[in-house]
Design a binder for this molecule. Structure first.
Ligand code: SF4
Length: 658
């Protein structure tokens, strides 16, 4: 068999997590095919045309997310212009699954991989090697030749102009069901990524025990994926505990490894996962025996009370449990986290009781509804807008009070005394809060306050405050930071809401209100950058940026194991955060950035991923993280050259080195 050389072109987005997708595709390429070789070109470091000359690949493959896709398309154009049809260019990843129409629009692309390609990719390589145009018959692989019969044009309104335009969907008969037997996958080809990159020296190794997530958070594309896969396999897929741990044991044997991060969106702690987790808690300590970190959800930890003790037995050191917003209205209705305050507090409390360190993620810059002023001429319209917001999403597990029934006895009791009834209803609504649908509550109140406009408006303002709404955006953001701090989290990150494509929050909330114009090309690759939404003033954006940096820095004190430091830290954070965040000066933000990075490194080392670094390793890691964080926060230009340009000298997994 003649050799097939595959070159994976990778852009270094500054992730501290190794690209598992490329490692898997490389392993799949070589499984049972010793005649195939895989190679790597790093856009920021390598001169891609020189690598092409050296490797002489038959296939150039890239995997793009929205934001990084421009760099890959540009690289593919450069390659294709020089090498023409002597090389096959293939793009995959979430970008192609969101925009399969890219194959129809980009003349330099030969094929794209759509959705999961674990089976499609090796089949495509085989078809390529056997020739005769078979590559156009491989489900999930859409080529220049087959796209006419595989893509279906769909008319969708252009978010910028409102005019209809054509996007493409893929014929469901042309993509496979989800892969269910993860154990059949080869071990990830870590050598491709670790060799001669900063990842090689990292002592934390990442893998995923499974795939899929059944939740419907509106800022995430999981549920859109689930819709596309409807009827094509169950949502949650798992490696068996033994197969998974054997692979991790191999990683530990082959690469310096001191810590494992299980990077599943949600580690197997769903109620049906009990048996899986019990076996994992037996096998992992024997085969791997390293401290680990994983991501879970607070509501699942509460619903599966066996989960935390089993994780503890397996050797968990720290957990990520995302809060996303400290405001219940935003969580319930805007981002659909479907999680109550009580569940969040219980989950963090139980983790701390077991001595498990906690890491929370929180999103700032989620536009929340603003309570109108009593004298606002558009008062009714604004209240109507808030009621509509409350209907966007509803927590699936919440049982709402039937207001008609609940007030039956009060109506009888106060029959003939409308003032007493009104007072009773007003108090009842404030006491029950979000247990009554906002629309029902305001309808009832409107009836009670009929004819007294001023009292009605005062009631509405008080009532909206009582259910957690605020007058300004920054109140929502402060609330979120202080909520995380109040939970005693040991480490926390605060990102900014970014309007990613295929997410409900973008398509049903931000674009229809005109807060984002749908131009995804201008988005920064990092969600830690300044908000791109137009509903915030520049001062608010600066305050959000500062808050995100200071919030993490303050957790150094508020999440300390030392009771005195904690006791001092929380009131200090409450007092200082609103004042410091509002400082409008790039120098101040740069200083907060320094504080953020320094404290983050300390907390990572002590509280999240303890790897017992030597002083030299610590210093090296500090420099890498510092440069990376600065790049993530402050890189302003979005259209820099992509070939050896945007982060020249970069080494995969690290910051710019020059
Ligand atoms: S944000 Fe997390 S929990 Fe929510 S849908 Fe996405 S992966 Fe699932």
């Amino acid at each position: 068999m003649e050799t097939t050389r595959i070159l994976f072109v990778i852009r270094d987005d500054g992730d501290m997590t190794e690209p598992m997708n490329i490692m898997l595709l490389s392993a799949l390429s070589k499984r049972d095919a010793p005649w195939r070789t895989t190679h790597r070109a790093l856009l920021e470091r390598d001169d891609i045309l020189r690598v092409m000359d050296d490797v002489k690949p038959h296939i150039v493959a890239c995997s793009a997310i929205t934001g990084s896709h421009r760099a890959y398309l540009e690289a593919i154009r450069v390659v294709k212009e020089r090498y023409g049809d002597s090389v096959l260019t293939v793009l995959g990843g979430p970008y192609c699954s969101s925009y399969p129409g890219v194959i129809a629009k980009e003349p330099y692309l030969d094929a794209i991989g759509y959705l999961e390609c674990d089976e499609a990719w090796p089949a495509f390589l085989e078809a390529y090697e056997s020739g005769g145009g078979r590559i156009h018959e491989i489900p999930n692989m859409i080529t220049r030749e087959n796209h006419h019969r595989v893509l279906r044009p769909v008319e969708v309104p252009n978010p910028k102009t409102g005019q209809p335009h054509i996007e493409y969907a893929v014929d469901p008969s042309f993509y496979r069901p989800r892969l269910t037997d993860l154990d059949s996958l080869p071990y990830l080809d870590r050598d491709l990524i670790y060799r001669n990159t900063l990842f090689g020296g990292r002592l934390k190794r990442t893998h995923m025990a499974g795939r899929g997530c059944p939740f419907k958070c509106t800022y995430c594309f999981e549920h859109t994926w689930n819709k596309v896969y409807l009827g094509k396999g169950k949502v949650l897929q798992r490696y068996s505990p033994v197969r998974y741990c054997e692979e991790l044991a191999r990683v530990k044997r082959d690469w310096p490894t001191r810590f494992i991060k299980h990077y599943d969106d949600v580690f197997p702690v769903f109620p049906p996962d009990r048996e899986w987790l019990e076996e994992f808690a037996e096998v992992y300590p024997k085969l791997v025996g390293l401290p680990f970190h994983c991501l879970v959800r607070c509501d699942l930890v509460v619903q599966s009370p066996w989960a935390l003790p089993l994780l503890k037995r397996a050797g968990v050191f720290s957990l990520t449990m995302s809060i996303e917003s400290g405001n219940a209205f935003i969580r319930d209705h805007v981002i659909a986290r479907d999680m109550a305050h009580e569940e969040i507090e219980q989950a963090f409390g139980e983790a701390h009781k077991l001595g498990i360190r906690t890491f929370s993620n929180t999103i700032l810059g989620i536009p929340g509804p603003k309570i109108p002023k009593v004298g606002d001429p558009n008062f009714d319209a604004r209240v109507e807008g808030i009621v509509n917001d409350s209907k966007l999403n509803r927590p699936a597990r919440r049982v709402y009070i039937d207001l008609g029934k609940a007030l039956e006895s009060a109506r009888l009791k106060f029959d003939g005394d409308p003032v007493a009834l009104r007072r009773f209803v007003a108090n009842y609504l404030k006491d029950t809060g979000a247990k009554v649908k906002l629309s029902d509550a305001l309808d009832e109140a409107r009836r009670q306050f009929e004819g007294d406009l001023s009292a009605w408006r005062r009631f509405v303002v008080d009532y909206l405050r009582s259910v957690g709404l605020h007058e300004t955006q920054l109140e929502y953001d402060f609330e979120s930071v202080l909520y995380s701090i109040g939970l005693g989290v040991n480490f926390g990150e605060f990102g900014i809401l970014f309007p990613y494509p295929w997410t409900d929050v973008t398509e049903k909330y931000l674009i229809p209100r005109g807060w984002f114009d749908g131009d995804y090309d201008k988005l920064h690759a990092s969600y830690q950058a300044r908000s791109p939404l137009t509903c915030f003033t520049e001062d608010e954006k600066t305050a959000q940026e500062n808050m995100a940096l200071l919030g993490t820095a303050m957790i150094l004190m508020t999440g300390s194991q030392n009771r005195f430091v904690r006791w001092f830290g929380r009131p200090f954070a409450r007092f200082a955060l609103p004042h410091l965040s509002r400082i409008r000066s790039r120098r101040a933000t740069a200083f907060f950035q320094w504080l953020y990075t320094a404290t983050k490194i300390v907390m990572h080392e002590k509280r999240v991923y303890p790897m017992h670094l030597s002083a030299r390793e610590k210093w090296k890691f500090f420099l890498e993280t510092w440069k990376l964080d600065v790049w993530k926060r402050f890189r302003r230009k979005h259209h820099q050259p992509v070939l050896r340009g945007s982060r020249p000298g970069s080494f995969l997994g690290g910051p710019p080195s020059v």
